[in-house]
Design a protein around this ligand. Structure first.
Ligand SMILES: *Cc1c(COP(=O)(O)O)cnc(C)c1O
Length: 427
């Protein structure tokens, strides 16, 4: 079925007992065993069923199935946040002594995790130049376990060359992991272009209303873990962290997503609340119609800013002269989601005045809300970065990031216009 249908029906049919049409919220921590034997069989993975909500929950299961269908994957695994999903996605296959090749143009939280936290645990994160495929290749060695990228980088708006990165990863027997938060599966399905694992912050466009944190990993089921048994020992040898199970033997092509559930999720515990799963499902039902409006609004705002005399530059991949235009055409049908950034004449101070003058667009550090949002990355999301790191992340001091929402375009334009005037008058 098409995505517009999957968002409404995927992973759920009316509950057989109650006939409830909306997905029920299973607000429970645990599930009763029929007998001691039943409990033992559940723990041995001999029968299907629920044990404890840190591992499985029926509301979360609908979300996992629905997003997996939307991405064209074989299974999903929900987490308490996007950061928890990214952490678990890597820890499923990476450990001390290993390395991962990525780029520096990433969401600020992901950059901090990669540049500062993972190295403290012996995981070497190697930052390539997103414009230069060779720089990814140069950083791969025997201990490289994955390539990680964002399909559209936040906040730079750069688009990853997904099929080229997938090909490079596969030449080296490693998977491509893609954070697909910014375009959402409505605009881009990385598995179609060769990616192996997709990750989302559901907090953003998927939930879409700025009310719940959540994250998810989706497994394409296509990566040949068994053929790369020497590289991915944890999936191919008995695993002490789950009763000595050998994931590729027990779960076949679902080995990766199974280990993600019973090792990082179960042992580290960043489980999604079922109430949040329900709220995120509500948001997902309207993803396609919201994204249509958001893309139209964002393109109109970017086009307006581009010709404005007070604006120095605009980054929005769907603009005709954007360096990412050919990639956004190839992977996203020419549509670049709702995030755009721009630099205003007068640098950091004028940027601050612009943000302070906004009356409708909300000053905060989220993206993908139904409301339009504005932030100054250098003083907020990317504040901990040194000037050199800021430059590598593609964040200039004057950069303003807008996350365009669903308001009427006339009202958005009027707010931006008056804030630009106020920012200029202040000089
Ligand atoms: C927000 C965001 C994350 C982190 O998600 P949380 O739900 O806030 O933990 C990861 N990647 C991208 C691209 C994001 O925008």
């Amino acid at each position: 079925m098409k995505l517009e249908t999957i968002v409404l029906h995927g992973g759920y049919s009316p509950d057989p007992t109650t006939k409830a049409v909306a997905v029920p919220i299973y607000q429970t921590t645990s599930y009763a065993f029929d007998s001691t034997q039943h409990g033992a069989d559940l723990f041995d993975l001999k029968v299907e069923g629920n044990i404890y909500t840190r591992m499985t929950n029926p509301t979360n299961a609908v979300l996992e199935k629905r997003v997996a269908e939307m991405e064209g994957g074989i299974g999903g695994l929900a987490f308490a946040s996007g950061m928890a999903a990214i952490t678990a996605a890597l820890l499923t296959i990476v450990e001390a002594g290993d390395n991962v090749v990525t780029t520096s143009t990433l969401y600020g939280g992901t950059y901090n995790l990669f540049a500062h936290t993972f190295p403290q645990y012996g995981i070497d994160m190697r930052f390539a130049n997103y414009r230069d495929l060779q720089s990814f290749a140069d950083r791969i060695d025997q201990r490289t376990k994955a390539i990680f990228c964002e399909s559209i980088g936040n906040p730079l708006g750069n688009v990853a060359d997904l099929s080229a990165l997938a090909e490079l990863a596969h030449q080296h027997g490693i998977p491509l992991l893609v954070d697909n938060t910014v375009p959402s599966p409505y605009l881009c399905q990385p598995f179609v272009h060769g990616a192996d694992i997709v990750i989302h912050s559901l907090t953003k466009y998927m939930g879409g209303h700025g009310n719940s944190l959540g994250g998810i990993i989706v497994d394409s089921g296509k990566f040949p873990w068994q053929q790369q048994a020497a590289k991915f020992e944890r999936l191919n040898k008995p695993d002490g962290s789950y009763h000595g199970v050998t994931f590729t033997e027990t779960f076949g092509q679902a080995a990766y997503i199974a280990r993600a559930r019973v090792v990082p999720l179960r042992n580290m515990g960043a489980a999604l609340s079922p109430l949040n799963a329900f709220l995120l499902l509500q948001g997902i039902e309207t993803l396609p119609v919201r994204m249509d409006r958001i893309c139209n609004n964002a393109l109109a705002v970017a086009t307006y800013l581009k010709q404005h005399s007070q604006v120095k530059w605009v980054n929005y991949a769907a603009l005709p002269d954007s360096p990412s235009k050919s990639l956004v055409d190839k992977y996203m049908g020419g549509r670049a989601s709702g995030i755009l950034s721009f630099g205003i004449q007068g640098g950091r101070e004028a940027g601050g005045r612009f943000i302070d003058a906004l009356k409708l667009i909300v000053r905060l550090v989220n993206i993908g809300d139904a409301r339009s949002l504005a932030c100054h990355p250098a003083s907020t999301t990317h504040r901990q970065l040194s000037p050199a790191e800021l430059e590598k992340a593609g964040v200039s001091e004057e950069m303003i990031r807008l996350s365009i929402g669903l308001e009427h375009i006339d009202d958005l334009m009027a707010d931006i216009e008056q804030a630009l005037t106020a920012a200029t008058l202040g000089t």
